[in-house]
Design a protein around this ligand. Structure first.
Ligand SMILES: [Zn+2]
Length: 83
């Protein structure tokens, strides 16, 4: 009698990565490099943002808590103003 002891496990597809904000992934949104500096900071208007600076392409980005990227000009303007 031939016994088959082969257990078939459903394989989890690991290729489907969720589209998370670049700041949460800890990688550069432009070149995908993980060699980035992350800093949590607050703008002068009280908005907490995550600053990500890439060491490879020198891209700098600020990400809001909701995951949206803030324009650099907007950030600089907000940090300049004193309320
Ligand atoms: Zn980069």
């Amino acid at each position: 009698m031939a016994r088959r002891t082969r257990t078939v496990k459903p394989e989890q597809p690991l290729g489907s990565l969720l589209q998370a904000p670049a700041a949460e992934r800890g990688s550069c949104a432009a070149c995908g490099s993980e060699s980035v500096t992350r800093l949590a900071m607050d703008l002068t208007d009280g908005t907490p943002v995550t600053f990500v600076s890439c060491h490879r392409c020198e891209r700098r980005s600020w990400t809001a808590p909701d995951g949206s990227e803030l324009p650099v000009a907007s950030v600089l303007e907000r940090t300049r103003k004193r309320t």
